[in-house]
Write a protein of this length. Sequence first.
Length: 306
Amino acid sequence: MEYLRRASFKTPPVLSFILLDWTVRESFHTLDYLNHQIADRGLFEVIWIEFYSRRSDAIRNRIERAEALGLPSPVDTWIVMDHPEDEYYHKHKMYNRGILDASGSIAVVLDSDAILRTDLVQTILDEFGKNDNLALHFEQIRNFDQKFYPFDYPSIEEIIGEGCVNATGGVPHGFPCATSLKEDVTLWNRYNYGACFCAKRDDLIRIGGADEHIDYMGHVCGPYEMTARLINAGAQDYLHPTHYLYHVWHPNQGGTNNYCGPSDGRGMSTTAMAIPENGRILPLLENEDIRRLRLNTATTAPISAS
């Protein structure tokens, strides 16, 4: 593993955005949306994690351009995990790497090709200001029209128009939905609980971080697995009723021909879906660095890999 860039802060940020790549991203536009937020840039950090060995020129160019203009870097911490190419990607290992390196008190696992409104950061801060015992999620409005590929920064009005598949008039079907996953298990398949997940970093450490079990290797996985265990630990899951993310079509967006662990046939992990019923809080396979932090609760600062 290599840190291509590693942030240090005089004043720690509140939010730590964790974005993943496994040498699949063609467009890195989410970094641009994050760096055009109305909230003060010092309130959040951006962590980019590559599972394999790619050191993207697109990211490097963004960093160099920002430095030349005297602007904050679009990426604060850039990690290349350098897993061998013949090892299948495991997003949960990347989640844990991000949690370990996060300097903020709130970790945000964000779809790394999402389109964001300028008030996402402020919305997250507002919600945790009202209730910090949250597993907070945001629904993602999706458009399958291939005219948006290659990516060219379409407006939200364009995205919610022709080709939009899960919203009408810019509002996701079935919204507002204030029901908890604990009360309505059909929500697993109804909404995208993998687009943006927010929780207190300390809470994620207390439940053992993301589960690195082989069932979550490949395409069928997601931060909702942590949501299920947070609920069992007493957290309140909340799908935000008025703030949404956006996504437009790109090749292989549905994980076609990707390896999938046990699933319900609709893209959801059955191992995760069983958690509310079995009451489990800890992972089936816990990351060793997370485990050390969990057992030493006095230590809450980011730690390096073993």
